[in-house]
Design a protein around this ligand. Structure first.
Ligand SMILES: Nc1nc2c(ncn2[C@@H]2O[C@H](COP(=O)(O)OP(=O)(O)OP(=O)(O)O)[C@@H](O)[C@H]2O)c(=O)[nH]1
Length: 197
C-alpha cells in the first residue's frame, strides 16, 4: 500500500505487568507479528517507541515521541513526522488480529480525509486508524494544552467513520480490534488461535 504502517509501542504495559510487545503469541513476540504483517502490506513501516534498544532485533526504522510519557497522541505525531506518505495506518502493538482487507479499505478511503477510523457500535477505535499529515497542527495544539486523548483532535479535522455496515465483511469487531491489555487478554488471544488450528 502507498502509505506508511506505524506500530505504536511506547506504552507502559502497566496492566500486563511486563512489556507486552515482547510477549509471545503463536511463537513470536506481539511486536514481531505486527512488523511482519505491516511489512507485507505497506511500502514503509515505522515503530514508535521510547525504548528502541528493545526492538533493534527487528531491523525496522524506529522513532520516539517528541516528549515521552504523554501517551499515544504523541506517538501518532512522531509516526506522521516519520512517514514519507500523506497518510499512515496506525495500530497498537497489542492488537493481534488486524485484517489486511480492512486496513486496505481504510487506506483507500483516506484521500480527502485526515482520519479514517472504525466506529463499531458508534465507538471509535482510534488505535486502529489512518491519520494524515493534516492532523499535525491539531496534535501540536492539543498536546500543548494537555488534551492527550487521541479523540481530542477529531473535532478539528476531517474524519471518515467506518460504519458497522462497512465493517461487516471483515469480521467481528470484538476480534478485529481486540487488544491484549492483561494476561487474561493474552490467554484469550491464544485460545482463539488454537481454535483456528
Ligand atoms: N508512542 C507511544 N505509544 C504509546 C504511548 N502510550 C501508549 N502507547 C501505545 O498505544 C497502544 C495502546 O496503549 P495502552 O495499552 O492503552 O497503554 P499502555 O501504556 O501500553 O498499557 P497500560 O499501562 O496497561 O495502560 C499500545 O500499543 C501502546 O504501546 C506513548 O506514550 N507513546
Amino acid at each position: 500500500m502507498d502509505a506508511c504502517g506505524v506500530i505504536l509501542a511506547g506504552g507502559r504495559s502497566s496492566r500486563m505487568g511486563r512489556n507486552k510487545a515482547l510477549l509471545a503469541l503463536d511463537g513470536k513476540p506481539l511486536i514481531q507479528r505486527q512488523v511482519e504483517r505491516l511489512s507485507a502490506w505497506f511500502r514503509q513501516v515505522v515503530i514508535v517507541t521510547n525504548t528502541p534498544g528493545e526492538y533493534a532485533f527487528l531491523g525496522v526504522p524506529m522513532v520516539s515521541d517528541r516528549v515521552p510519557g504523554l501517551g499515544p497522541l504523541a506517538g501518532v505525531e512522531a509516526g506522521l513526522r516519520a512517514s514519507r506518505f500523506e497518510h499512515a495506518f496506525f495500530c497498537a502493538v497489542d492488537m493481534p488480529f488486524i485484517n489486511e482487507a480492512l486496513v486496505r479499505f481504510m487506506v483507500q478511503a483516506a484521500p480527502g480525509y485526515d482520519i479514517v477510523v472504525p466506529a463499531p457500535g458508534g465507538e471509535y477505535e482510534p488505535m486502529h486508524a489512518v491519520y494524515g499529515r493534516g492532523c499535525l497542527p491539531s496534535i501540536a495544539r492539543n498536546l500543548e494544552a494537555g488534551r492527550l486523548r487521541l479523540i481530542s483532535i477529531f473535532p478539528d479535522v476531517r474524519v471518515r467513520e467506518i460504519t458497522d455496515a462497512e465493517l461487516l465483511p471483515f469480521g467481528e469487531p470484538e476480534r478485529l480490534f481486540f487488544n491484549c491489555n492483561t494476561p487474561a487478554d493474552l490467554e484469550e488471544a491464544r485460545r482463539w488461535l488454537e481454535e483456528e488450528g
